[in-house]
Design a protein. Structure first.
Length: 162
């Protein structure tokens, strides 16, 4: 698995509507959070509301979440609609070419990628402290006040493996 300090491999993937998204284009606007997930992953379902909070916590356009699904369009679209995901859901397709490059240990795995293309942080599974750490790092990059994304006593465990 790629770790902090390594260069994030470039990728280009289609979203649910077939539009192409490139990591390079996302990084031109600011940091990016690449999230590897699967439709049948219960931990992924747990993390999605927190990712939505993260997306809503910052000014729009200064950074981007790229949700990289290891499933097809139909299953991925169902989950995106079920959760009301406000960020691009990208479809890997056969052979998981991007997953092979990033080599996530499990789903979900999050890679916070700085605007310079260097991975700043990785998070495997659901980890409230790491989600809040991602929020702090993004706020610092964007010159904003950090927001608490995952409250300690919100009814969910502090950690769940992927």
């Amino acid at each position: 698995m790629l770790t902090a300090g390594e260069r994030a491999p470039a990728f280009e993937l289609p979203d649910l509507e077939g539009r192409r998204h490139r990591l390079e284009d996302a990084l031109a606007r600011g940091p990016a959070l690449a999230v590897f997930w699967k439709a049948d992953c219960s931990t992924c379902h747990l993390v999605f509301p927190y990712l939505q909070r993260l997306a809503e916590a910052s000014r729009p356009g200064g950074w981007q979440i790229l949700a990289i699904s290891q499933d097809g369009v139909e299953a991925s679209g169902d989950i995106a609609r079920q959760h009301g995901l406000p960020f691009p859901v990208l479809i890997e397709g056969d052979g998981w070419p991007v997953s092979r490059q990033y080599d996530p240990e499990a789903t979900p795995t999050l890679f916070l990628i700085g605007q310079d293309g260097i991975i700043e942080m990785t998070s495997v599974g659901f980890d409230k402290e790491e989600l809040n750490q991602i929020s702090r790092r993004l706020a610092e990059c964007l010159g904003e006040a950090p927001r608490l994304i995952a409250e300690e006593n919100d009814g969910n465990p502090p950690f769940k493996p992927g």
